[in-house]
Design a protein. Structure first.
Length: 168
């Protein structure tokens, strides 16, 4: 849901929102989160990746602002960078953005977020739905596809996320 009041990027960046909001072409866009299943899955993913991959190889950030376009800031549930990005708000594409669906998420809105990430240059976008226990992977080459192998994965570097462990 977007607010009807146009605000400047400067005002957005200096304000604190609880929970933080996306900024889309001058408007605040609320993010659906806060449910236990969403939070639990986010924690599982963060813990799994943090305990299996070295900090020198990847860094994992929950809910970090990413400037995907000049007038758009998105806040993925998790994003992964290759090493230290060296900036407080990411302006260079992270390697991977992870979105966890909430019951109120609409697919058209999620697809817009995915497009923003891919157009920015993010190599992989993972979408997990804790309600249906389905997962999707998106790349600029393949688009959005449901993962039926039970394993979300990337290459160069190879990251793996076993869905059975995440959706237990």
């Amino acid at each position: 849901m977007s607010t009807g009041t146009l605000i400047s990027i400067e005002e957005y960046l200096k304000s604190v929102y609880r929970p933080d909001c996306d900024y889309v072409d001058g408007y605040l866009e609320e993010r659906n989160l806060g449910e236990r299943t969403h939070s639990k899955l986010q924690a599982r993913i963060l813990t799994y990746l943090t305990t299996r991959y070295e900090p020198e190889e990847i860094e994992i950030y929950p809910e970090l602002r990413v400037q995907v376009k000049t007038t758009r800031f998105r806040i993925p549930d998790l994003c992964v960078t290759l090493g230290d990005p060296g900036e407080e708000i990411l302006t260079r594409p992270p390697f991977l953005c992870i979105e966890i669906l909430s019951p109120d998420d609409r697919m058209s809105r999620v697809e817009t977020r995915i497009s923003d990430y891919l157009e920015m240059g993010v190599r992989y976008v993972w979408v997990l739905d804790p309600q249906t226990k389905k997962a999707f992977s998106a790349t600029s080459a393949d688009g959005l596809r449901e993962v039926k192998t039970g394993l979300l994965e990337t290459s160069d570097p190879r990251l793996e996320l076993p869905l059975a462990e995440m959706f237990r």
